[in-house]
Design a protein around this ligand. Structure first.
Ligand SMILES: NC(=O)c1ccc[n+]([C@@H]2O[C@H](COP(=O)([O-])OP(=O)(O)OC[C@H]3O[C@@H](n4cnc5c(N)ncnc54)[C@H](OP(=O)(O)O)[C@@H]3O)[C@@H](O)[C@H]2O)c1
Length: 342
């Protein structure tokens, strides 16, 4: 069986280095399935990976991407060992399934393709009422932001009355986090650097702060919370915002970092952290992917609250336009998720 995928032989701008390549697709063995890809969720990490700004390629040529929705078209038998597939997954020919970025071999297989070979444990259910594009936007955001919220103490049981700051709130991750936090009763505050995004973001968040540095962030949070500060911060911006985050968080609050777009190094006052009783956390999806109980908890939350969490699809590109879609995410003009449809 032949399949085709976007691949690259060297790092660089997607429009310059990505090409469409045919390869032989092995038959599914035990614990594997062929999935015909219908929609792909674009993660900023995909762009950074092609640019050479994420973890290095395993070996060239390399594929890319891990978030997709498609149809099972061939199925190997269940594996006898290893982790079990996630709850609520319908593993049969013709079933609509999602793929997990954390359990897809992004380098050797990826999802920017027509049909791919995936492990059963790398597949997810798709809420029935979702379009393929919405399904492709759900799971990485749900697992990342739901997991990060849990780490910072925000759950369905604790959300009411909390104030949550979601920096870069218009991102694919941030959009889902705003919906989940609001659904759980929290007051949400989102940041963006771009004034032209403020109206759109205002539909998802209770307060929007337009800022690009710590001072603007602190001022905005003080205004939005009447000087009280927030209970929880979920942050992918990193170094630029870090000193401000410590000032913006309330006494006893939590800061969860899940990325550091502007850099990894920052200086904060340890004394301020101690005196405010603030907890810092670092989160990656490796945490739930290495913890089947947590992963299934997040799957159940995503499925049970699918209507409230329905992802915002900002723009859809054709599979042939994948390089343009990747370059679009780099311009940061979107709110929600950029998606590719096959
Ligand atoms: N820890 C994990 O396991 C995990 C899992 C999934 C994703 N991630 C990471 O999470 C990040 C967000 O992913 P995504 O797909 O949601 O990204 P995205 O949709 O591209 O959003 C990122 C947003 O960050 C803001 N931004 C970009 N450059 C910036 C800069 N120089 N300074 C400040 N803000 C900047 C932009 O918002 P404005 O233009 O509105 O300011 C942009 O829209 C990615 O870096 C990804 O690798 C981590």
């Amino acid at each position: 069986m032949k399949s085709n995928s976007w691949q690259f032989d060297t790092h660089g701008a997607p429009g310059e280095v990505l090409y469409w390549r045919e390869q032989e697709l092995p038959e599914p063995g035990p614990g594997q399935a062929w999935v015909k890809i219908n929609a792909i969720g674009i993660n900023r990490a995909d762009l950074n990976y092609v640019l050479g700004e994420h973890f290095p390629a395993g070996k060239f040529p390399s594929c890319l991407g891990g978030e997709a929705v498609g149809e099972v078209v061939a199925l190997g038998p269940r594996a006898n060992s290893g982790p079990a597939p996630v709850n609520r997954l319908n593993l049969e020919i013709g079933a609509r399934v999602g793929t997990f970025s954390g359990r897809t071999n992004c380098l050797a297989m990826g999802v920017y393709r027509d049909i791919g070979l995936y492990d059963h444990v790398g597949l997810a259910p798709v809420p029935e009422s979702y379009s393929d594009q919405e399904g492709a936007a759900l799971w990485t955001a749900m697992i990342t932001m739901g997991g990060a919220m849990e780490m910072g103490g925000l759950t369905a049981a604790t959300g009411a009355g909390k104030q949550v700051l979601i920096t870069a709130g218009g991102s694919g991750m941030g959009g889902l986090a705003l919906k989940l936090a609001r659904h759980w009763g929290a007051t949400t505050i989102a940041t963006t650097r771009k004034a032209e995004k403020a109206d759109g973001l205002g539909k998802l968040a209770d307060h929007v702060i337009v800022c690009s540095d710590s001072d603007g962030l602190v001022e905005g949070v003080q205004q939005a919370t009447n000087g009280l500060g927030v209970d929880l911060v979920l942050d992918p911006v990193g170094a630029t915002f870090y000193p401000g985050l410590l000032s913006a968080v309330a006494r006893g609050g939590d800061i969860v970092s899940y990325e550091c777009i502007t850099g990894t190094q920052s200086s904060i006052s340890i004394m301020e952290m101690m005196m405010k009783n603030v907890s810092f956390h670092g989160f990656t999806t490796f945490r739930p992917f290495n913890n089947p109980v947590m992963l299934n908890r997040l799957i159940e939350i995503g499925m049970d609250n699918a209507q409230a969490l329905r992802p915002v699809v900002s723009k859809t590109f054709d599979l042939s336009e994948s390089p343009e879609a990747l370059e679009a995410i780099g311009r940061s003009e979107h709110i929600g998720k950029i998606v590719v449809k096959t």
